[in-house]
Each structure stands twice: as C-alpha cells, then as structure tokens.
Design a binder for this molecule. Structure first.
Ligand code: ADE
Length: 348
C-alpha cells in the first residue's frame, strides 16, 4: 500500500503530525475503539468478499479522536486509494465533480467537516451517493445543459464533530453511522508508548501513563504532548521518558494534572467569576472569552462535559463542584450559590 494520499486532488505526503510510520495503517495497529473496530472489520471483510465498495460511512466525534486515521485504515484494508478533502474546500459543484470523477473503482472519498458543505454541493452529492451519477455541465450560454455522468462505484466516508449538524437528507444517505468516543487513559498510555517508540525516545510505563492521563482523552493531543515531552527529555540528556520528565515538561507547557490547558481553565474561571458559576448561554460565554462559539462547542466543551467539570442545563452551561475543587476554589467562592452545600444546582 502506498504511503501517499490524494488531498484535494493533489498527491501529497501524509501530514506532518502523522509522519509516515506514526499514523496507524491497519486495524491491528490501531489502539482503542475496540467495539467500533470490530464492526468496521466485519463491514470491510464483507465488502471485500463481495467485490463491492464499502457502504457510505459517517464517522462522528470530537476533533482529534482519529476520524481521518480510521478513514485511511478503511481504504488501506479495502486495498483502495483514499482521496481526502473537506466540506469548506468544496466551494462549488465543479470541485465536487472533480473529486468524484477522479475516483477509481471502489476508492474512498473522505470529506472531513462534511457538515460544512453548501446546500447546492450537498444536493449534488445525493445523486452521487444514491445512484452513482452526477450531472456535469456542458455547453455555454443558451445551449448550456447538463449531462449525466456515471461514476465508478465508490465509498464516501464523511466526518463530522456532531451528527446533529448534518441535514437529515444527507445523514440518511449513509448506511454506516458510527461515533468515535474519547479514549480511556490506559489506551492513551499505549498510544504514547507506541508513538514514543517510533520517535526513538521510548517511554517507561509510568512516563506514558502520565502523558496519557493528561491528554484529554484525545490521541492527537497525546501524540503532540509526546513530541514536546520528548524535546524536554532529550535536552535533559535522557534516553527514555520517565514519569518525572513527563511531569516536568507538562508543567512547563501549562497542562495541569487533569490535562486541562490554559483555555480550559479560562472557560471554567469565566463561568465562575463572571456568571456566578452559571448557567450561562454559549453565546454569552463565547463573547466573554473572545473565542468562536464553534471552537468552544466542538473543541473544549465535550471534554469538560465528559470529565464532569461542566454540565449543560436547559438554561446553559454550569460549572460543577469537581471544577471548583480542581481550581482550588471553595464552593462558597461562587457568590450566587451562597453556602453552596445546600444548593442543588451546584450539587452535581
Ligand atoms: N495515533 C493516533 N491515534 C492512534 C490510535 N488510535 N492507535 C494508535 N496510534 C494512534
């Protein structure tokens, strides 16, 4: 299998973060998401036995959990090429037609951020997905018309942070819909050990555990932190990442014991200090922090929710006791909640 991919129509090397050798290429190299992997392995094997493309597949989940990696593994395991693009890059129908007509038999077309397609592009994707056909424009001026064009059988793999962002007609055209969840700390430790080994700076079990524990349940972050910890360890003359190297480097990087970074803490502190612990609406919070709403919702919030630092209520986001404890605040520090202990709202 080739280590190249087609990105927006151009043959490129794999992106830097996933230099060849680091990004897993096979199900067998992929750590975590056991249930998802088991299902996809069956779907791939069945499609291969039938000599058909894999059914159109939608992967959803927070950024950095491996949607692109999984799409590449699917293509690799299917023995086909993958063509990679994204919703925002497909500005008009012509660009989509370019991608679709370049596909070989049973190839994978991967569209990241598929929820960001424009309605007209989305509509021409429907006939491609359903009937394997697109309408290509021919002629000009008064003689302009369209001609149906038959595509090679292909698999669309779409990725989105939340399925709710997708229009119902698009969602319904996928036959496989699967979520990717945050990883367990032990799985992240395994990913760190694998990556550290590949970067020629092995990590001890304790060193890997420390990095994994602080990686927000996210392999992309685990791999990024592994690279940074490696820098510190290397300059300190170490041959191996020990827990103490990880602790030292992560402290320098402003990543605390729970894996929260400066922005996570700023979010929790803003809710506490400016909105009396919440509930606060996402737009008010985004304006206060000068961060785009989408970034808060897609990048920061899911992890804070999953780890119980934040809850969503019908009236907005609210910090939890766990967040107060983590920030070293006493419950009484949240003025609106009075003594706190007797307040159901904070008793989360
Ligand atoms: N690198 C990024 N994600 C990974 C995973 N799930 N398994 C192994 N290596 C990875």
């Amino acid at each position: 299998m080739e280590s190249r991919v087609l990105l927006d129509g151009h043959v490129v090397e794999l992106e830097v973060e996933s230099a060849p050798g680091i990004r897993p290429q096979r199900f067998s190299e992929y750590i975590g998401q056991a249930a998802l992997k088991r299902k996809l392995e069956v779907f791939v094997a069945a499609a291969r036995q039938r000599g058909e493309p894999l059914d159109h597949t939608l992967l959803h989940g927070p950024p950095g959990l491996g949607k692109t990696t999984m799409a590449q593994i699917l293509a690799h395991e299917l023995g086909v090429h993958i063509h990679i693009t994204s919703g925002p890059a497909i500005e008009h129908k012509g660009i989509l037609a370019g991608h679709l007509t370049a596909l070989g038999e049973r190839d994978v077309l991967f569209i990241d951020e598929i929820h960001r397609l424009t309605p007209t592009v989305e509509e021409s994707l429907y006939s491609a997905m359903e009937d394997g056909r697109i309408d290509l424009p021919v002629g000009e001026g008064s003689r302009a018309r369209t001609m149906p064009f038959s595509l090679a059988p292909f698999t669309l793999v779409g990725a989105t942070t939340r399925t709710a962002l997708l229009s119902a007609p698009l969602r319904e055209r996928f036959q496989i819909l699967e979520g990717i969840d945050f990883y367990a700390d032990a799985e992240l430790a395994q990913i760190v050990q694998r990556t550290a080994g590949l970067l020629s700076m092995p990590a001890s079990a304790e060193g890997a555990k420390e990095i994994g524990r602080r990686s927000r349940g996210t392999p992309r972050i685990a791999n990024r932190l592994t690279r940074r910890v490696r820098d510190f360890a290397q300059v300190r003359g170490r041959a191996r990442i020990e827990a103490e190297d990880a602790e030292y480097a992560l402290e320098q990087l402003g990543i605390d014991g729970a894996g929260l970074d400066a922005i996570d803490r700023r979010i929790l502190e803003a809710i506490l200090d400016q909105f009396e612990g919440g509930p606060v609406g996402i737009d008010a919070l985004a304006a206060t922090l000068s961060e785009p709403r989408d970034t808060l919702e897609d990048v920061y919030e899911p992890f804070l929710l999953q780890r119980g630092f934040l809850v969503r209520t019908p009236r907005g986001r609210q910090v939890t006791r766990k967040a107060l404890r983590h920030l070293g605040r006493t419950v009484a520090a949240s003025p609106a909640k009075g003594g706190g202990n007797s307040q159901g709202e904070l008793d989360l």
